[in-house]
Write a protein that binds this ligand. Structure first.
Ligand SMILES: Cc1cc2nc3c(=O)[nH]c(=O)nc-3n(C[C@H](O)[C@H](O)[C@H](O)COP(=O)(O)O)c2cc1C
Length: 366
């Protein structure tokens, strides 16, 4: 069955992408995922000066189910890529040469300076990548340099920075948004005004994974101290689904959505697609379960399409959005349904199903 989908002019062999992070941290792991069958990858976020990026160890923390021990939440205080831009440029070229049919998206981030963003855009674009994803959403570390979610929290900056990129790029530009904001539509619409043709959502939710009751130290603990980090994995999925549905209902129709957050199998992915995502991205799930997850994702998608009679992926993107309403409308619908039911119950066929005295009482008002 054909699982491909065309998004912003790009043909994805299937809608499943590695999300920016460890699963796309160098050419070797990206190639491995393409071999395994992923439709595309968003590489780990890069900037002009990797020397400014210094990671700490440990930088991850897990939240486990108290019953099964399964990981349901995951915090990271990882920064963007610490690998030099020249190495990345070579690797983008190499991956595109070896896998021309897979979609390779470069995630970029820079300080608030037009020349820096435009220099990075030009350099990366020359390698032949298929699209850009602008990281307006990393919630920790980079924010101290006024990058990442420091931009994504301010619609005016999203619009301005996106317009710097679209001024010099000739490939599709997606903006990746932070959930650490009251209304995700506002900065997303601003990015669209700046020329973005797609929105990726969500990045991680600002969090503290826990406190060690022996040492009294919040985690993950680095030399006795910590900083709040980004929360991902299964626990964030309902929040991501809500935000994706808000975007799908609030953005212009031609803006694509790449849904992200807690996806671990085809069921999760289909939920995002039914709420308007034409592609989905997986990060923590791949870190925990490996690139082979793509087999179940493809099989589950295919089975769903056969069972429901859909001939293309595009056909069901956003199919569940029509079922959102207002609370007032739900109340009215409920009252109408009750009235209809009461009407049915008053039909003569109903007599005999209950004791005749009970039925008489049911139809009597006093
Ligand atoms: C360890 C780690 C590193 C990440 N690094 C990046 C990054 O460099 N750029 C980016 O845009 N998002 C990054 N993310 C965020 C993910 O791409 C994704 O938006 C988020 O984790 C939610 O999806 P998930 O539950 O599938 O992981 C990172 C996430 C994790 C867990």
């Amino acid at each position: 069955m054909d699982l491909s989908i065309v998004v912003n002019g790009m043909t994805f062999p299937n809608p499943f992408l590695l999300g920016s992070g460890p699963p796309g941290t160098n050419a070797r792991v990206i190639a491995k995922s393409f071999e395994a069958g992923w439709g595309g990858a968003v590489a780990k976020t890069i900037s002009l000066e990797s020397a400014k990026v210094v990671n700490v160890v440990p930088r991850y923390g897990k939240l486990r189910s108290k019953i099964s021990g399964e990981v349901i939440g995951f915090e990271n205080i990882e920064l963007i890529s610490d690998r030099p831009i020249d190495v990345w440029l070579d690797e983008f070229r190499q991956v595109k040469k070896e896998y021309p049919k897979h979609i390779l998206i470069a995630s970029i981030m820079e300080e608030y300076e037009k020349s820096r963003w435009q220099e990075l855009t030009r350099m990366v674009q020359d390698t032949g990548v298929d699209a850009f994803e602008l990281n307006f959403s990393c919630p920790h570390g980079m924010t101290e340099r006024r990058m990442g979610s420091e931009m994504g929290e301010h619609p005016d900056l999203c619009e301005e920075v996106t317009s710097w990129v679209t001024e010099v790029s000739n490939i599709p530009v997606w903006a990746k948004m932070t959930p650490n904001i009251t209304n995700i539509k506002e900065p997303s619409l601003a990015a669209v005004r700046g020329g973005a043709v797609g929105i990726s959502a969500i990045n991680t939710i600002l969090s503290v994974i826990g406190v060690d009751l022996d040492t009294l130290r919040p985690m993950p603990t680095v030399e006795g101290h910590t900083v709040p980090g980004g929360y991902s994995s299964q626990a964030v999925r309902p929040i991501a689904l809500r935000m994706v549905s808000q975007l799908a209902l609030g953005l212009p129709q031609d803006v694509s959505i790449s849904g992200i957050g807690g996806i671990e199998n085809s069921h999760d992915a289909l939920e995002f697609m039914l709420l308007g995502s034409s592609t989905v991205q997986l990060c923590t799930g791949v870190m925990l379960h490996g690139v082979k997850m793509i087999d179940e994702l493809n099989e589950g998608l295919e089975k769903f399409m056969v069972d429901k009679g859909f001939n293309s992926v595009q056909e069901f993107v956003g199919k569940s959005l029509g079922y959102f309403s207002t609370h007032m409308d739900l109340v009215q619908k409920m009252k109408a349904a009750k009235r209809a039911k009461a009407g049915e119950a008053s039909r003569d066929n109903e007599w005999g199903q209950k004791d005749i005295t009970e039925k008489t009482a049911e139809l009597t008002s006093n």
